[in-house]
Design a protein around this ligand. Sequence first.
Ligand code: ADP
Ligand code: MG
Length: 153
Amino acid sequence: GVTLRIDVPDADAMHGFGVRLGRALRAGDLVVLTGPLGAGKTTLTRGIGEGLGVRGPVSSPTFVLARTHPSLVDGPPLVHVDAYRLGSPAELDDLDLDLERSAVVVEWGAGMVDGMAESVLEVRIDRRDDDTRHVELEGTGPRWVDDQQVLAP
Ligand code: ADP
Ligand code: MG
């Protein structure tokens, strides 16, 4: 798949990157976010929601595991998952997410989504000492084989 690396100077830029990513997502897309607490996963997801045109605020789904945000613009809903407290891929599977009809974003999803979808877009966020972030996108599977549009900064 395609790999992209970008520097994200501040939270606004992270949000903006999410908006661009969200505009490019379609039903069936699975996005996995990795990075430590405070890396900006939820900030990015908020942007993705805006890009998808979903209704209502996107907040951390920690206590509900998964939250569905319907689209206001005839696009797929955003399903926002926090897998931090899930012990195994089976528990994620038990949530019965509507993968085919949604754009699914999973915080702490590394190692949890194996086998869930043919294609996965992994977004790894690293926090630097100066509070900027380094973001690495890696798409695997047919969906991301050469989708420069999604991965272009
Ligand atoms: P996570 O979901 O990964 O735990 P959040 O998005 O909830 O992270 O929190 C990230 C915090 O870091 C926010 O308070 C945000 O304003 C702040 N922040 C500072 N600089 C950046 C940056 N370059 N990118 C993203 N967030 C940043
Ligand atoms: Mg979060």
